[in-house]
Design a protein around this ligand. Structure first.
Ligand SMILES: [Zn+2]
Length: 58
């Protein structure tokens, strides 16, 4: 194995702030981006809503 680097990249779920549906998964760097909010299209709301990152539990 190469250099032993601590990895801060984690998989998070992007959860719609309006309906609570989790529609997207993405990777973030926890060291630089502890909290991520994005405008994403929500399939349930049929429009673009604010999605907040939520750490995947499993
Ligand atoms: Zn929604």
């Amino acid at each position: 194995m190469a250099a032993k680097k601590k990895t801060w990249r984690i998989t998070v779920a992007m959860q719609c702030k309006e309906c609570g549906k989790t529609g997207y998964f993405t990777n973030i760097n926890k060291a630089t981006t502890p909290k991520l909010e994005l405008k994403k299209y929500c399939n349930k709301d049929k429009k673009r809503t604010l999605h907040a990152s939520r750490e995947k539990l499993k």
